[in-house]
Design a protein around this ligand. Sequence first.
Ligand SMILES: Nc1ncnc2c1ncn2[C@@H]1O[C@H](COP(=O)(O)OP(=O)(O)OP(=O)(O)O)[C@@H](O)[C@H]1O
Ligand SMILES: [Mg+2]
Length: 252
Amino acid sequence: MPETLLSVREIHTYYGDSYVLQGVSLEVAQGCIVAILGRNGMGKTTLIRSVAGLTPPREGDILFRGRSLRGRPSYAIAQEGMAIVPQGRRIFRSLSVRENLVLPTSGLARGPRSMPVDDHSRRWTLELVLQEFPQLAERINHLGGALSGGEQQMLAVGRALMANPELILMDEPSEGLAPRLVQHVEEIMRRLKARGHSVLLVEQNLALAMAVADEIHVLSSGRFVFHGTPAELAGASEILDQHLGVAATRFA
Ligand SMILES: Nc1ncnc2c1ncn2[C@@H]1O[C@H](COP(=O)(O)OP(=O)(O)OP(=O)(O)O)[C@@H](O)[C@H]1O
Ligand SMILES: [Mg+2]
C-alpha cells in the first residue's frame, strides 16, 4: 500500500457566515491521482483552498505527511511540498513565459526544498520543464497574455512544477479548453503521475477524471455523495444522473 500523503479529516469551511464544506474527508496516497467531481458552486475550489491554507477550515484537520497543517500560513504549506494550479490559470499576463516560470521559485528558494535532495529523478528545473513542454520553450520570451488557453494551462502547470511539489492541487485544468487540448491535459496528468507526483484534481470533465484518476469523490452542496473507483462511478447511475447531470448510458 502506498503511504498516505494528504489526509483531510472532517473539515468544515466557511466564508463568513456562509457554510460551504460540511464535513469533508479524503485521503491522497503517494503517487495517486484523486479526483473531485461536482457541479458549479458545490465547493470544489473551497476544498482546494482549504487544503492550501488559503481558506482554512474552521473545524476538522488536514494532515500532510502525517503532520497537522492547522494554523499554518499558506506560504509555509507551499514550502512543505504543495503547489496549486489555480482555476482560470492565473498566470502573469504581462510577464514573459520565462519570468512566469522562474519568479515563484525565487521566493521558495529560501525555504526547504520539498522533494528530497537525493531524489534527482523528481527535481524539476527550468530546463526539465521546458523539455516537458516544448511549446513553452518556443515561446519563452513571449508574454503570458499572448499565449493560447492551452499554452497558458501548460505554463500554469510548469510554474507549479518549478516548486518541486510532492502534491499538486489542480483546479479544473481542462476548463475552457478545446477537446484536443483536454487530451493534452490528460497526457500531462499521466506524466506527472509517472514521475511520482500525487495530484488532487478538481474537474467537471467526467471523461478526463475517469481516464486518469485512481479514486473519485463526488461533491454536492459541501458533502461527498460518492467515493469509489472510476469503474464504480461508471456503474453508479443515480450519482451520475443526479449529481453530475450525465446520462448513465454513456458509460454502459
Ligand atoms: N470568497 C467567497 N466568499 C463568499 N462565498 C464564496 C466565496 N467563494 C465561493 N463562495 C461560495 O461558496 C460556494 C462554493 O464555491 P466554490 O468556488 O468552492 O465552488 P466550485 O465547486 O469550485 O464551483 P465552480 O465549478 O463554479 O468553480 C458557492 O456557493 C460560492 O458562491
Ligand atoms: Mg471552482
